[in-house]
Design a protein around this ligand. Structure first.
Ligand SMILES: Cc1cc2nc3c(=O)[nH]c(=O)nc-3n(C[C@H](O)[C@H](O)[C@H](O)COP(=O)(O)O)c2cc1C
Length: 378
């Protein structure tokens, strides 16, 4: 499954095309719209999200609620376009690049007269389309019993350290939290971090975990570096704007541990089959899933646009300036975790389609189940 996105932050719509999505999948539009809503939420987001009410408009590839195997295309309209379409060309002289954003290099690379064109496409508004693509992936993963979940484990200096064991209560607490942290006390402290940053005209970053459960071993391959599922996931998570570090399992801690302590010992249980009692590997060994939950950690830097502004220079006059102020989020870590779910879902689904076929969902499910039977019989 391949996808492309297009569209500007304040253009008419964000656009997506998905190629090679299997036929016969029942597409639940309410589910997709709910995923879009989850991306829009989160304490620390700017006024823009109060204007938008993201909903998908599917243009092709679905008939009678089912995928046909043809390319799927969709639109997510920008309500804010109406407010911007007349004024956007008038303010075509933005020349004070924001450190930390795409402004400086974008203007030079594309020979632009104003930072506006770079702002429009480098904006994370584009991630609405990725969440939409991710929802299509999640629909198939759900049919195979695979669940994807995320939670925020850091905002600024507030860190939530517990190992989260996913259950319905944890999922509910996370979805109910304005910062997507399952711990009430930490949620409040995280909110305070965002409020403090906002009151100071500043922005703040943080971190999140994404977990995929109920996987089979053997998705991905060690045959080529580019076939490794850990490599694909790291690439995909790192492609989310603002993400500056990605960890698989206890990746960072592993550097300081001994082999016999770090590696997850293999056991056999008559009822469960092959099992592990730890999951430091984060569900991936040798570039393949090993059947344990995939656990991904990501860190997001603070948002580059700040009310205070950051020291910069005017590209034409070369004089010292304060970076341009665009309406902005103060913190987008909770939203980024939803984008992370989408990116992980896309990579896992692609690994599954590679192994079990990609044309039709019944074919895929049959192949998937017979592989599971083969593993159970070993
Ligand atoms: C969901 C989401 C929302 C974001 N909102 C903003 C924002 O309102 N203002 C801003 O300057 N950056 C925002 N960012 C971060 C920038 O898009 C990002 O820092 C920028 O594109 C530069 O890319 P880089 O940080 O990967 O170098 C957001 C990122 C995400 C994932």
């Amino acid at each position: 499954m391949k996808y492309l996105t297009a569209g500007e932050s304040h253009g008419k719509a964000i656009v997506g095309i998905i190629d090679s999505y299997p036929s016969g999948v029942r597409i639940d539009i309410d589910f997709i719209n709910n995923e879009l809503k989850r991306r829009q939420k989160g304490f620390g987001r700017g006024e823009r999200m109060a204007i938008e009410d993201d909903r998908v408009d599917i243009i092709s590839g679905i008939r009678k609620e089912k995928s046909t195997g043809s390319p799927i295309s969709f639109l997510i309209y920008n309500k804010d376009w109406k407010n911007w379409k007349d004024k956007i060309d008038k303010e075509d002289n933005l020349l004070n690049p924001r450190p930390g954003h795409a402004d400086f290099s974008g203007l030079l690379k594309y020979h632009l007269a104003s930072i506006r064109d770079t702002i429009e496409r480098s904006s994370a508004r584009e991630t609405a389309a990725r969440v939409c693509v991710g929802s299509f992936a999640k629909i198939i993963l759900k049919m195979l019993g695979i669940n994807i979940f995320s939670y925020v484990n850091q905002i600024g200096k507030v860190v939530y350290k517990n190992d989260v064991k996913i259950n319905l209560d944890i999922v509910k607490k996370t979805e109910d939290s304005q910062v997507r942290c399952p711990d009430n006390k930490k949620s409040l402290e995280m909110k305070q971090e965002i409020i403090k940053a906002s009151e100071n005209g500043n922005s703040i970053g943080g971190g999140f975990k994404i977990i995929a459960t109920n996987l089979v071993p053997g998705i991905g391959s060690y045959n080529q570096g580019s076939s490794r599922i850990d490599a694909k996931i790291a690439y995909s998570i790192m492609s989310i704007p603002g993400i500056k570090a990605v960890e698989i399992g206890e990746g960072f801690k592993s550097a300081g541990m001994k082999g016999t302590d770090f590696h997850d010992k293999i056991y056999y249980d008559d009822k469960k089959g092959f099992t592990r009692r730890t999951n430091n590997a984060g569900g991936i060994e040798g570039g393949m899933t090993n059947g344990e939950p995939i656990i991904i950690g990501a860190k997001m830097k603070p948002i580059p646009t700040t009310v205070k502004g950051i020291e910069t220079v005017n590209i034409k006059s070369k004089k010292k300036e304060i970076s341009l102020k665009e309406r902005s989020d103060v913190c987008a870590v909770p939203s980024a975790s939803i984008v992370g779910e989408a990116m992980l879902s896309i990579e896992i689904l692609n690994g599954i389609l590679e192994k079990f076929g990609k044309d039709n969902i019944d074919e895929i499910i049959n192949n998937y189940n017979s592989y599971k039977e083969y593993i159970n019989k070993i």
